[in-house]
Design a protein around this ligand. Structure first.
Ligand SMILES: Cc1cc2nc3c(=O)[nH]c(=O)nc-3n(C[C@H](O)[C@H](O)[C@H](O)COP(=O)(O)OP(=O)(O)OC[C@H]3O[C@@H](n4cnc5c(N)ncnc54)[C@H](O)[C@@H]3O)c2cc1C
Length: 452
């Protein structure tokens, strides 16, 4: 990118402190948690933008896109940069558009819709929502840092998904406004089913600039752990809670040994050699849950009130994709997969994987509701990495026995787990970004229109 472009952009923004070229900061703003994947690590380490811009308003976003479009400069949007697959890593340089300053919560409507700007942090939204009697339907374990825009564009679900499904389900995302990269960039409203054209498209076909996000009535939650002698016992107990609608829960997780041994800050909750179940349960049901765990052969090792994102210990910090982080801290040769087991055949599938891979794969289950309303054992197993070939063989084997795998070791939408086969994201890209300037290289089925 030419130096004149950077000077020109600085004069558009009119505040040099928000037009960043300092190499160390630019480097940081160009990366996310792509290094989780030993496959992506060498491919993305050297990729970075030429300038990072921190707009403070949607008008400034429009002005930057107008300039970038006219000059064919790529733009890669960034929320908080907690994505796992290098989603916000610019592959072709250009502008990193950091939306962290556009972070206002405009209102929470009486019927529980948060109207907010994309840079708003999910933790701040959860805290504010609870003051109004509401809470997030679901959030990633990066709650405190991650932004609402980044979650919608790059995430899929998390804590709360056992009750409310993933981000794509049950009208959780009611509407948003999108800034386009057309000849004349504009702000377009997408409502209802039209949100799926842009949702989880990694900022490749529009920039979310205002969001209507449905909340749930707030519940008083307890955090809960119990340990069991065997994985089967812990899985069966947790499954019985997750699948039964009589239990009001926000989280239902199982970690087979030795995964709990990686959780050093909460080692008092762990027992050597035992599988751990970790749940968030409505406070009024906590006693009954303790009795149920004991009847199932478990030992309850912790119960404590959830007081919002600042709770200590915040047990969600050990769940979803935080589990992988703890494993990698303990042993850097660990990595992960993202799987969905069959509710009916999962025990056989566990058995087959264990027989073939031994402790090369460690089971970490996150129960979640699917779009049909059925609760299924989702999983983010911890996997010992040796070679890319071995990892791909494991993925192929999982798929051959009916285990769904969303491959987290690729850096483009089409091979990631949440790819939509119905083409609507591609059609939206052709319409809103015909020159292919938004996060280029991440939607590989897109081809630039050839001028006639
Ligand atoms: C330890 C750890 C645990 C995690 N746990 C979970 C989990 O439980 N569930 C889950 O779903 N994910 C999880 N993630 C992934 C990630 O944290 C979430 O998806 C998070 O919501 C991303 O938000 P962000 O603001 O950091 O987005 P970023 O990483 O900044 O961006 C994500 C993608 O969205 C695009 N984007 C950002 N803002 C916008 C916008 N306004 N408009 C259009 N595109 C935009 C970016 O270009 C990028 O492609 C985890 C990651 C880590 C490192």
């Amino acid at each position: 990118m030419r130096i004149e472009h950077i000077e020109e952009l600085a004069s558009i923004i009119g505040d040099g402190s928000r037009v960043i070229t300092a190499p160390a900061v630019l480097e940081r703003l160009s990366h996310d948690f792509y290094w989780y994947s030993p496959v992506l690590r060498p491919k993305l380490a050297n990729k970075h933008g030429d300038v990072a811009i921190q707009p403070a308003s949607v008008d400034e976003v429009l002005a930057v896109l107008r300039y970038a479009g006219r000059n064919e400069v790529p733009v890669t949007v960034r929320g908080a940069g907690t994505g796992n697959y290098g989603q916000c890593v610019p592959l072709e340089g250009g502008i990193v558009l950091d939306l962290s300053l556009i972070d206002r919560l405009e209102e929470i409507t009486p019927d529980g819709i948060a109207v907010c700007q994309p840079g708003l942090r999910l933790g701040a939204l959860e805290t504010e929502a609870r003051k109004h009697g509401w809470e997030l339907r679901m959030y990633p374990s990066t709650l405190v840092k991650a932004s609402v825009g980044g979650f919608l564009a790059g995430g899929s679900g998390g804590i709360g998904s056992v009750a409310h499904g993933g981000l794509r389900d049950f009208d959780t995302v009611r509407a948003f406004e999108v800034v386009t990269m057309e000849d004349q960039p504009r702000v377009v409203l997408h409502e209802g089913a039209a949100v799926h054209e842009i949702l989880h498209a990694w900022g490749t076909n529009g920039i979310l600039s205002r969001i209507w996000f449905a909340l749930a009535p707030a519940v008083e939650w307890m955090q809960f752990t119990a340990v069991f002698n065997t994985y089967d016992q812990a899985f069966t107990f947790t499954e019985s809670i997750a699948a039964d609608p009589a239990w009001t829960k926000r989280l239902a997780t199982v970690f087979e040994w030795p995964i709990p041994s990686f959780f050093t800050p909460i080692k008092g909750l762990v027992r050597e050699g035992k599988t751990m179940a970790l749940l968030m349960i409505k406070t009024s049901q906590c006693e009954a849950l303790s009795s149920a765990a004991q009847s199932a052969g478990g030992e309850v090792t912790f119960t404590g009130v959830f007081e919002g994102p600042r709770t200590q210990p915040l047990l969600s910090d050990y769940t979803w994709n935080h589990t992988t982080l703890w494993a990698m801290k303990a042993d850097s040769s660990y990595t992960y997969l993202q799987c969905g087991f069959s509710p009916r055949e999962c025990r056989e599938q566990f058995h087959m994987l264990r027989a073939r891979y031994g402790d090369e794969i460690l089971f970490h289950i996150e129960f979640m509701k699917n779009s049909d309303g059925a609760v299924i054992p989702g999983a983010i197993p911890v996997v010992r990495f040796t070679t890319e070939e071995r990892l791909n063989e494991m993925i192929a084997y999982c798929r051959s026995i009916g285990v769904f795998v969303a491959n987290p070791h690729v850096n483009y939408l089409e091979d990631g787990g949440r790819f939509r086969a119905d083409n609507i994201q591609l059609l939206a890209k052709q319409k809103y970004d015909p020159r292919g300037l938004l996060n280029p290289g991440k939607m590989i089925s897109f081809r630039k229109a050839v001028a006639q």
